[in-house]
Ligand binder design. Sequence first.
Ligand code: GLY
Length: 362
Amino acid sequence: VSVVAIDVAPSASEATYQVRIGRGLLAEAQDTADGFSHCFVLTDRNVAAQHLKSLGPALGHEPAVLEPGEASKNAATLTAVLESMAASDLDRQSLVVTLGGGVICDLGGLAASLFMRGIGVLHCPTTLLAQVDASVGGKTAINLSSGRNLAGTFHQPLAVLADVDTLATLPEIEFRSGLGEALKTALLVGEDLLHLLEGQAEAVGERDPDLLQALVAGCVRAKADIVAADEREEGPRKALNLGHTFAHGIETAAGPGRIPHGQAVAVGLAMAGRCAEACGVLEDDTLPERIEAILGALDLPRSLQDLAAAFGADLTPTGVILGMRHDKKGRAGTPALVLPRSLGKVALDFEPEDGLLEKVLA
Ligand code: GLY
């Protein structure tokens, strides 16, 4: 498989960077690191055991290793990482290298943006979710006790190396979770990317590296276009939140880390489709059913009942709606939803009238 290289030119930042997608790319991290005074590798215990050696002996030498999982994405861990960066004598010419999934990308990106008011970061995403979404576009974050991603910055990476070989060892639930986020992007782009998931669901599920490379590249291309138009999420970038207000409500109701993000997004996409249908913004009547059929083909959940069965979470419509009202995109307790109109077309900032969410979630 050859490498696909996609340039990202964020609208509000000066530097363009490259996202490289292909096999065996972790070995390239050292080339980027060579230009920096020090490198600080941030990873988690599971990823370190599997992929640290692929960074090579110099970079893989003394990483900062976090406990895997969403529970690490908090202010205490961020402070510990910053202290560890200072203790490692990093300076303004140093580089942070993140090796891991969304938690490591988001927290490592935030640490890089804060340390000495901002140093460079190279993302090496090792989950499908981080390759198709979290590593691209410069959003960084930690969770606060009242919600997910409530504290963060925009800090674009210097480059992203998406090595599709790392996806071969991903636990099935995590892999499927990434497919939920990929489906979101495909719904924003149109038939070509959606066809990969819809028409070749089985081969994608078997993790064919060529298909995965095409899927990641398609999602990154779409995201690069959106970030080039609206880096700071003042307009079109909001489309990337399709299904996410529902998902955040689900994640908040279930408790932190209980449900993998992309699995919650999967149900959020189904809910967004049904909500669009119920409130009359839908232009393509076949879309909600199509979304649910693709979720089924990808072995992803479609309802709160599916999530409850898979993760033992106690999820009620009331609890989810309460979580949605705390979503940071909303205004004074009213969620601002992104709803699908047709393939490739969404409604932004939709404020549901009283009773609509209750009806859809029931
Ligand atoms: N994950 C959504 C965004 O980057 O805007």
